[in-house]
Ligand binder design. Structure first.
Ligand SMILES: [Zn+2]
Length: 316
């Protein structure tokens, strides 16, 4: 798909300079002149124009280079990120961790126009390279937060390779950041695509079907299995379209097309409250906000991107 990397979090072109991750002398020098993205509870720092970068010389970051992760080089400058996990704001938001946490936190030692915000709310405002930097930082710190102990022997593990590994001082095992593949599919039947909604979703919200790829399974098999399990629809040919890193917390969305061979829908009530075939004309009306029974897909998610590309005949 020629426009694949126009998806949110795509096409950033970040130079990750992975060969520098084990070079302590280079990293120390890079840190001295680096721009650093602070995060708090997985929420990146934002300013008026995009991400809220802070110089590594800022007193808040002094002496904390060993906690930072090296994101790469952008605009010729080293970029790092750091999670301010020990900071407790004066007011803890009740909405923390909700799907769309609307709260913002201002750190007393940082300029007042900078605040920690939920990435899901801000992602479509970022230029591609900043979106990639934010997704990388959030994905890495979510992983560090949830993987403090060695999965082999249970001892506390320590960050290594500028944040791109954890190593166990007990048994020596290396552990690598996790990315979970998820298939998300534009299932076509003639002039219509298959949309579903899960129990508990906001009223009127429908999206493409999706599900985790299982061990021992191809992408194609995962697409066929998920569609059959969730709706009873049988799928034949499957093809790949585009991918999207989705750090909420650790998914890689694999966007596919799939040709349905049957059209009868039998939803699995545990996963799908309702599924329906939606034709092009109806989908255009949904996107235009002209339908009361269906909401357009959320901006930024690959589902909406693939649906818009399908409507525009740009899946080639
Ligand atoms: Zn161990």
């Amino acid at each position: 798909m020629r426009l694949a990397e126009r998806v949110t979090f795509g096409g950033g072109g970040l130079d990750r300079a992975a060969h520098r991750r084990g070079d302590a002398a280079w990293l120390a020098e890079a840190w001295a002149g680096a721009q650093v993205l602070p995060l708090w509870q997985g929420k990146p720092l934002f300013g008026a124009e995009g991400l809220g970068w802070v110089a590594s010389a800022h007193p808040l970051l002094a002496g904390r280079s060993d906690e930072a992760v090296f994101l790469g080089l952008s605009g010729g400058r080293p970029k790092f990120a750091i999670e301010l996990s020990d900071w407790v704001p004066a007011e803890m938001p009740e909405t923390l961790g909700l799907f769309l946490d609307p709260s913002e936190q201002r750190h007393p030692d940082l300029p007042g126009d900078l605040s920690f915000r939920e990435l899901r709310r801000e992602m479509t405002r970022l230029v591609p390279v900043e979106a990639e930097l934010a997704a990388t930082a959030k994905g890495l710190f979510d992983w560090h937060r949830g993987h403090g102990f060695c999965a082999r022997c249970g001892q506390p593990s320590r960050p290594a390779e500028a944040g791109w590994q954890r190593r166990c001082p007990g048994c020596g095992a290396p552990h690598f950041p996790r990315t979970d593949p998820v298939v998300i599919m534009l299932v076509r039947r003639g002039n219509a695509v298959l949309l579903g909604r899960a129990p508990g979703w906001a009223e009127g919200m429908f999206s493409l079907l999706a599900g985790f790829v299982e061990p021992g399974e191809t992408v194609e098999a995962a697409v066929r299995r998920e569609v059959a399990e969730e709706t009873g629809v049988r799928v034949g040919q499957v093809g790949y379209l585009a991918s999207q890193p989705w750090p909420f917390p650790a998914s890689l969305m694999l966007g596919c097309w799939a040709e349905a061979e049957t059209d009868r829908i039998t939803p699995d009530p545990a996963e799908i409250e309702e599924a329906r075939w939606v034709g092009r004309e109806d989908m255009l009306a949904v996107l235009a906000g002209e339908r009361t029974d269906m909401q357009p897909p959320r901006p930024g998610a690959i589902a909406g991107f693939l649906i818009r590309m399908w409507l525009a005949d740009r899946l080639d």
